[in-house]
Design a protein around this ligand. Structure first.
Ligand code: BES
Ligand code: ZN
Length: 865
């Protein structure tokens, strides 16, 4: 149920409630020469209170006139801060009547990837444009004056005016096409169902498509000419997934068609506009021959995520952005759920532990995190909550619940929730209600803390083996390891998931600070957080880590358990709850590990040590590299790096992962192979580099090469075989450590070589080495004005750039320096990212100060230093 207006928090920036939109009739005419668009919108409004004004959202729109019937608004005033326009009339509109406000306007077909914007691409050496939209969260107001809040649902009639040879798309199917003068046409679409403004979409451009006929309505994938064939994988998956979700939820996808469109300039990864989903090119198009497995999985994830939104978000919408997790948490969980259905051999739920779960725990371990349900008031705050809390912690919470209730009961409850609220708006409590009804359990009581409070606990285990007892105690967990008593007051309901030789006991809930448990079979084998299904970390006594290491080798632990243990050992070391030795000993004993997921976490956690020690002395860093080499090289060489048609998904992922780790650990065989393969590739043998090895081989080339290799990679970037090769080459350019080459990379960020949507990608390369970290930060300071101009605070990209550009540092002195730089600047739109960056740096600084000696001692004792 939507919040009654009187209950809306006073400081939330919302529109006055005197009128409510019912239906929009919108006509837009984008001009590719002036980069402007003419527009007219007629909005039917229900008058809720007698009044003589209409206030709606509008940004960067020139309003020519506004009228209601014959009455023309005499006074049109803008509030830039609130992003609204108010039309004042001479007459009063009577309560209970319906009026139509008719507005003529001109907007800007901008190049900021927000609102109604232009995207460019090359065709036969010529630059061409298409016009497309990105409304979420608060940029519909840039495309047309609108009541731009998620709970103000209305119907939309859209008409697009364009050249007759161009394709015009919107949320709905075409109702009619009218021929206009001068080779132009007007395309009118059928009326949408009730929907939120942030889901409205329209596109005009020269587009081609492929389709799938495996679903009861047309399913298409559109791209600019020449790329459309790479859309078949997504088209087929879309058809299957819609069918799957329809059956699971018991609700038909309600629109008469669905389109997926690849857009060359796109700020996010994809956007779930109802019936017209838009994507970054790399997140939609996929070619089996030239792209790699990781790309395939990413495309599958993104497509299924956006399709899940067609129900979660589009059909049933959060009533305000505070409930964003109801959209993003569900779409995230559902994408894994659906992926597991179609690609069981990928074992995605194993990967979940090192992917979403770790993202959630990493961000939520910062003091600058926020609760899943977080009060947000205005545009620049709303943008910042599209983060790992809404997505990954949200979905991890759903994972926890589904395990608690059982998947079938969970899906039943979720289906009831969707049915009850379709075409409406909800709050989190509506979900709890439906789940309680379906399960007969008190879901609110358990879950409220998890959505309303930030953070999560670390469970400290102590043992009393003489009495077959373990004692568990929960405390708030922070990466900086400096929890103050007043930050440690929340008691989280924790599912302990106790694994012993007898099986798993899922029933034990820790809803107090501490608890003692008796293990009937003794303390020989036990582990908490079975299959890493819970949102917490577990800290065992030092000897238990050694025992768990053995248990893992003996097959007593699942992949999820093993990956979770490595992650916990790593995180606890970073934060100072445990010594780094525990992590090193654990992974040192797991060289025989067979799962790429566990290997991935091992390499991530040891690389985290390298990243924290990046500004420390060379001897330590070299010893760490040697250590990693000792972990991976033998296995990498044994498995080899040939891929055959009979290799399973798991085999392929493991081979490419170990190859990559051996490459960064400077294994001579791997290096030599990489250089040779690259040389052949450059000479024209396009089969010389398997797509699964591409990033690693490029990495070796950047680390060992110079200007010549840079040039070669730059040519690949300019003329790639696939969208993902282009991105990989771009990231690799940032990995060159030579000062002149670093400057060359930085020079490309704003000279038109790199699209604004991609500027963070070479930055990710730069962030991997000392000289790059320093140079990037200097560059950001020097170019700050331009950075903010190109990435306006409305876009979440500014936050990413600030985070990537600062979080590579490892000292308190740098925190001060960065603080000083931003001291007299507005941090609107990225204040959260900046605070998170400080927490990250601080935690690395403390880690090094705390464990530098013991780390060196361990490396020495184990023969690496
Ligand atoms: N609703 C988002 C797109 C979005 C993100 C809009 C940020 C406004 C601000 C979309 O459903 C989404 O979550 N996309 C993800 C991909 C997904 C697979 C996690 C993205 O863009 O990265
Ligand atoms: Zn989403």
């Amino acid at each position: 149920m939507a919040l009654p207006q009187s209950n809306v928090p006073a400081d939330r920036e919302v529109l006055p409630s005197n009128v409510k939109p019912l239906k929009y009739s919108l006509t837009l005419d984008p001009n590719f020469e002036t980069f402007k668009f003419g527009g007219n919108v007629k909005i039917d409004l229900a008058v809720k209170e007698e009044s003589d004004f209409i206030t709606l959202n509008s940004v960067d729109i020139e309003i020519h006139s506004a009228k209601v019937g014959d009455s023309v608004a005499k006074n049109i005033s803008f509030d830039e801060e609130k992003q609204t326009v108010t039309f004042k009339f001479d007459e009063k509109f009577a309560e209970g009547t319906t009026i139509t406000v008719d507005v003529d306007f001109t907007g800007i077909l901008n190049d900021n990837m927000a609102g109604f914007y232009r995207s460019s691409y090359e065709e036969n050496g010529k630059t061409k444009y298409l016009a497309t939209t990105q409304m979420e969260p608060t940029d519909c107001r840039r495309a047309f004056p609108s009541f731009d809040e998620p709970s103000l649902k209305a119907e939309f009639d859209v008409t697009l005016v364009s050249d007759e040879h161009l394709t015009a798309l919107s949320n709905m199917d075409v109702k009619e096409v009218t021929k206009l003068e001068n080779g132009r046409k007007a395309t009118t679409f059928n009326t949408t169902p009730l929907m939120s403004t942030y889901l409205v979409a329209f596109i005009v451009g020269d587009l081609r498509y492929v389709e799938s006929d495996k679903f009861r309505i047309p399913v298409r994938v559109y791209a600019t000419p020449g790329l459309e064939q790479q859309g078949q994988f997504a088209a087929d998956l879309t058809a299957k997934t819609l069918d799957f979700f329809e059956k699971k939820f018991g609700i038909q996808y309600p629109l008469p068609k669905i389109d997926n469109v690849a857009i060359a300039d796109f700020s996010a990864g994809a956007m779930e506009n109802w019936g017209l989903i838009t994507y970054r090119v790399v997140d939609l198009l996929f070619d089996e021959k030239t792209s790699n497995l990781v790309t395939k999985q990413r495309v599958a994830e993104v497509v299924q995520h956006e399709l899940a939104h067609q129900w979660f978000g589009n059909l049933v919408t959060m009533d305000w952005w505070e409930g964003l997790w109801l959209n993003e948490g569900f779409a995230t969980w559902m994408s894994w759920f659906s992926c597991n259905e179609f690609y069981p051999d990928w074992k995605v739920w194993e990967q979940y532990v090192t992917d979403s779960l770790q993202q959630a725990l990493a961000l939520d371990a910062l003091r600058s995190s926020h609760p899943i349900e977080v009060p947000v008031k205005k545009a620049d705050e709303i943008n910042q909550i599209f983060d790992a809390i809404s997505y990954a912690k949200g979905s991890s919470l759903l994972k926890m619940i589904s395990r608690w209730l059982g998947e079938d009961v969970f899906i039943k409850g979720v289906s009831n929730y969707l049915k009850k609220h379709k075409y409406g708006n909800t709050q989190t409590s509506d979900l709890w209600e439906a789940l309680s009804e379906a399960s007969g359990k008190n879901v609110v009581e358990v879950m409220d803390v998890w959505t309303k409070k930030m953070g999560f606990p670390v469970i400290t285990v102590t043992e009393d083996s003489a009495n077959n007892k373990i004692h568990v105690k929960q405390n708030r967990y922070l990466t900086t390891g400096d929890v103050k008593p007043e930050e440690d007051e929340v008691i989280y309901p924790v599912f302990l998931g106790l694994k012993t030789d007898k099986g798993t006991d899922e029933s034990i809930v820790l809803n107090t600070r501490e608890k003692s448990l008796t293990l009937d079979g003794g303390l020989g084998f036990y582990k908490l957080n079975a299959d890493s299904a819970g949102i917490y970390r577990t800290s065992y006594p030092a000897e238990r880590w050694i025992q768990l290491g053995k248990d893992g080798s003996e097959g007593k632990l699942s992949v999820e358990d093993r990956a979770g243990l490595v992650a916990d050992a790593g995180a606890l070391a970073t934060a100072g709850y445990q010594s780094t030795d525990n992590l090193l000993n654990l992974v040192n004993g797991w060289k025989q590990e067979t799962s790429f997921v566990v290997w991935d976490e091992i390499i991530t956690r040891v690389s985290a040590i390298k990243a924290a020690w990046i500004f420390e002395d060379k001897a330590t860093r070299d010893a760490l590299t040697k250590f990693i080499h000792s972990l991976v090289a033998e296995k990498a060489n044994k498995l080899g790096w040939e891929f055959s048609a009979t290799d399973s998904f798991q085999d392929q992922r493991l081979k490419s992962l170990l190859f990559g780790s051996a490459a960064s650990a400077k294994d001579t065989k791997v290096e030599q192979f990489s250089k040779e393969a690259f040389a052949k590739y450059i000479a024209g043998d396009k089969d010389a580099i398997h797509p699964n090895l591409r990033a690693s081989i490029f990495g070796v080339v950047a680390r060992t090469g110079g200007a010549t290799e840079y040039e070669q990679l730059f040519n690949i970037y300019s003329n790639p075989v696939s969208p993902d090769e282009k991105i990989t080459a771009l990231r690799t350019l940032g990995r060159f450590e030579d000062e002149a080459l670093i400057q060359r990379t930085l020079g490309y960020l704003f000279d038109g070589t790199v699209r604004s949507q991609d500027i963070y990608i070479p930055m990710q390369g730069l962030r991997t080495h000392r000289a790059g970290i320093e140079a990037l930060w200097t560059w950001i300071q020097v170019n700050w004005d331009e950075v903010t101009k190109r990435l306006p605070p409305g876009l979440s990209m500014l936050g990413s750039v600030v985070a990537i550009g600062t979080s590579g540092f490892t000292s308190d002195a740098k925190i001060q320096e960065i603080k000083k730089f931003f001291e007299n600047k507005s941090t609107k739109g990225f204040n959260q990212s900046l605070a998170q960056s400080f927490d990250t740096i601080k935690s690395k600084a403390s880690w090094v100060a705390r464990d530098n000696q013991s780390l060196n001692k361990w490396l020495k004792e184990n023969g690496f230093n």
